[in-house]
Design a protein around this ligand. Structure first.
Ligand code: 0YR
Ligand code: MG
Length: 376
């Protein structure tokens, strides 16, 4: 293997940022949180180029510190001295690290790998002095449509849910998503109220975070079908391929999922069983952009649309979505965008095209000062 001396990896350092969410607390059907965790890595090359990548968490410091430790002590030593440009080879090296046999394949080691892989893409794009979307083949679409998730939390009372949805539509959003998974009756009432308030032209998706059983999902869907639901996200438990396939056969509402899947193999089961309509891989949850690209290509071959899940709050996925033909719509949550030099911003309902070289993962100095937590 020949090594470009300029992109030789000199250091691998983990970092943790805890960034407040909108208001002081939000909830879905499984948990409530006050901060978003940006657990990442800064990789520096011998020429002094710094690349950043991160995973997204619910900002639980002890588990964030496990990810940081994995980055520095398990993945880091395999990277030092390597050519940062060898993204594919380094992906394999980390994914097939014999030291992580049994320990890895999902969870902490994969989240840590996600941060590393994205940092390598960031370095490659910065070395080329181009925003990442140019490296991914350039733009395939004029604009990336955004949908707003931040107006739809289960913790938001009914009247504020309706006014928030109206405000988002007035701001130019053509898509919103609301959380479900509390009680079928309450969630149907909220869904109907939102649909009534926004009219027929704004796409309206629901997200259950895997809380309900099949019977509850079917009961919900029977009534929800009349309300033009864009997709039902994570209706059932994340690994339940058969249940999702059964639901997909019995409702006209498209099934969306992927934010809890760590590998292309996990997606393959859902594709094979026709248990998925909207494909939602996440560069922070799978082992980075390299693995997400494989899922996007596969989805495309099945003629299935991709809507990346925003564990990165769309900092990286906005590049992917401009460049990949399968990506049709992208989630918008504004919590961490101002922590980055090239924020993922929505103007009149569409994501701004990123301009700066890199993957959109470079933190600002003030975010670094304000939100940094100890990695051990
Ligand atoms: C907020 N996004 C999701 C967020 C997310 C959660 O806690 O992490 O709702 O898992 O379903 O689509
Ligand atoms: Mg979700």
């Amino acid at each position: 293997m020949t090594h470009d001396p300029d992109t030789k990896i000199k250091s691998v350092e983990a970092f943790i940022l805890h960034v407040p969410v909108t208001g002081s607390q939000i909830a879905d059907s499984t948990h409530s949180i006050s901060h978003w965790g940006v657990v990442g890595v800064r990789i520096e090359t011998s020429s002094g180029l710094a690349g950043f990548g991160f995973t997204g968490t619910h900002a639980h410091l002890p588990s964030d510190q496990l990810i940081a430790r994995c980055i520095e002590t398990c993945h880091g030593p395999l990277l030092l001295g390597e050519d940062a440009g060898d993204i594919g080879r380094l992906w394999q090296k980390l994914a097939r690290n014999p030291a992580l046999q049994w320990v890895g394949r999902a969870g902490i080691t994969t989240l840590a790998h996600a941060a590393v892989d994205v940092a390598l893409w960031d370095i490659k794009a910065k070395a080329a002095q181009q925003p990442l979307w140019k490296l991914l083949g350039g733009r395939v679409r004029e604009k990336v449509r955004a949908y707003n998730t931040d107006i739809g939390w289960l913790s938001i009372p009914d009247d504020q849910l309706v006014s928030g949805a109206q405000r988002a539509a007035a701001d130019g959003f053509t898509g919103i998503k609301i959380k479900v998974g509390s009680s079928v009756e309450r969630d149907l009432r909220r869904l109907a109220a939102v649909r009534e308030a926004i009219g027929p032209d704004v796409t309206l998706a629901v997200d259950g975070n895997g809380k309900w059983d099949l019977a509850s999902c079917q009961r919900f869907c029977r009534a929800a079908e009349a309300l033009d639901v864009f997709w039902f996200e994570e209706p059932l438990w994340h690994d339940d391929v058969r249940g999702h396939a059964q639901l997909a056969r019995t409702t006209s509402i498209p099934v969306a999922l992927g934010e809890q899947l760590y590998t292309t193999d996990a997606f393959a089961h859902f594709f094979a069983q026709q248990a998925i309509h909207w494909v939602q891989p996440d560069t922070t949850r799978m082992a980075g952009l390299s693995e997400v690209l494989r899922v996007c290509d596969t989805a495309h071959s099945f003629r299935l649309p991709v809507a990346p899940h925003a564990g990165d709050m769309s900092q990286v996925h906005v590049h992917l979505s401009y460049a990949h033909p399968a990506c049709e719509v992208l989630e918008f949550i504004p919590w961490i965008k101002d922590c980055f030099t090239d924020p993922a911003e929505v103007i009149d309902g569409y994501f701004r095209l990123p301009q700066l070289p890199g993957a959109g993962t470079t933190p600002t100095p003030s975010a670094w000062d304000q939100h940094r937590k100890a990695t051990s």
